[in-house]
Ligand binder design. Sequence first.
Ligand code: SF4
Ligand code: SF4
Length: 100
Amino acid sequence: MQELASESVVTQPIEERLELVRFKVDKRPHIRVHTEACRGCDLTPCVYVCPAGLFEILGGEMHFSYEHCLECGTCYVACERKAIEWEYPRGGWGVSFRAS
Ligand code: SF4
Ligand code: SF4
């Protein structure tokens, strides 16, 4: 019985699991991207590593939105140019990983 339960978690599609995530969006961004540093960043790792897909190159410019951030910190680690200012959201704000 225990095996079945863990198997269903593992095989549940990521889209379904993300539907359980809730956000309480603070007006104050907890992540800032200094996009001037993004010009000439050819590999743009942030675009590929962000599980929420919050980094996007549009018309040659970096666009970022913090509202649906999963707070994993991966973008901060991946950006070698230190273009990302990162902190956790203030208490009571941000992602909640269990639907209530
Ligand atoms: S990795 Fe850093 S410098 Fe490169 S595009 Fe992303 S945020 Fe900008
Ligand atoms: S902390 Fe994670 S989810 Fe949030 S923007 Fe960075 S990579 Fe994306």
